[in-house]
Write a protein that binds this ligand. Structure first.
Ligand SMILES: O=C(O)CCC(=O)C(=O)O
Length: 274
């Protein structure tokens, strides 16, 4: 962790593939070095057994209870504490800082329940509200917490390896052709993560039962979040402390209750470079 009170003004920006000096011991202790390399190179990675099996069972049960008739749910941080537990897992926070930088925010906590015959979502890059060409530094990190097995027949996430290098949205022909598509295969309790550049979709579900997923999006501090938790922020920060303050954008210079908080200017500007 950087000591924001004593850190001097930073002038250099860390390259996208570099782990900062402050984050490196955490990445090493959690065994995430290879995941960082995969995220930077290939635009995706998978973490298995992010929490114990009981946690994934609780998460799955709460999603099934919360999801609407079409299998979707959002604003989940405000709906049950199990979702804060999910987004605050140390491995996820460490990869988020690596991928979308120090001072990163939570953008969205949503869920999907896909039953047999569920149609696909359609090929896209999560940088959906960003013009192309996409910047060198990643802007969005999506983590799909697979509460059920991920295989092609089970309706797993589909990715186009190498598409992260195009740094643009797919066009209509590419969306139709799905050239080079492969499934992300992993056991329940895994979190599949990808950057904002990687083209992805999901396969139709052919098997009986449901594919239950919690969709978590972390974002760089200068991006607009998908979900607005401002009316819930005091309660969430009261329950989860400093890290939630950061995730909800209450630690930075921007959008303080009384306008910009210049006491936080150096920290915010330094964060943008790490
Ligand atoms: O449901 C999936 O497997 C993919 C979800 C997706 O496209 C997303 O969360 O951006």
């Amino acid at each position: 962790m950087a000591d924001h009170d004593t850190e001097p003004v930073l002038y250099d920006t860390l390259p996208p593939e570099a782990v900062s000096e402050a984050l490196a011991p955490t990445i090493e202790a959690l065994g995430l070095t290879e995941n960082c390399r995969q995220l930077a190179e290939a635009g995706w990675t998978v973490l298995e057994s992010v929490a114990d099996e009981d946690f994934t069972r609780r998460l799955r049960a709460k999603i099934l209870e919360t999801a609407g008739p079409h299998g979707g749910a959002n604003m989940l941080l405000a709906k049950d504490p199990v979702f804060a537990e999910a987004i605050l897992q140390p491995e996820l926070l460490a990869l988020a800082e690596f991928s979308v930088g120090r001072g990163f925010l939570i953008s969205q906590v949503a869920a999907s329940v896909r039953r047999q015959g569920a149609p696909t979502i359609g090929l896209h890059a999560d940088n959906n509200w960003l013009p192309a060409p996409f910047p060198a530094h990643n802007m969005l990190l999506t983590g799909c917490w697979a509460c059920d097995n991920y295989s092609k027949a089970d309706g797993a996430t589909l990715i186009i390896p190498g598409s992260n290098k195009h740094r643009r949205h797919p066009d209509a022909d590419e969306v139709e052709a799905l050239t080079g598509a492969v499934p992300i295969e992993c056991p329940p309790g895994s979190v599949a993560l990808w950057d904002g550049n990687l083209w992805h979709s999901n396969y139709p579900r052919e098997t009986p039962g449901e594919r239950v997923v919690c969709h978590i999006t972390y974002t760089r501090l200068m991006m607009r979040q998908v979900e607005d938790y401002s009316v819930h922020a005091d309660d969430l920060i009261g329950a989860h402390g400093e890290i939630m303050r950061q995730l909800l954008g209450r630690n930075d210079l921007l959008m303080g209750r009384d306008g910009a908080n210049y006491a936080r200017l150096r920290e915010t500007f330094n964060n943008s470079k790490r």
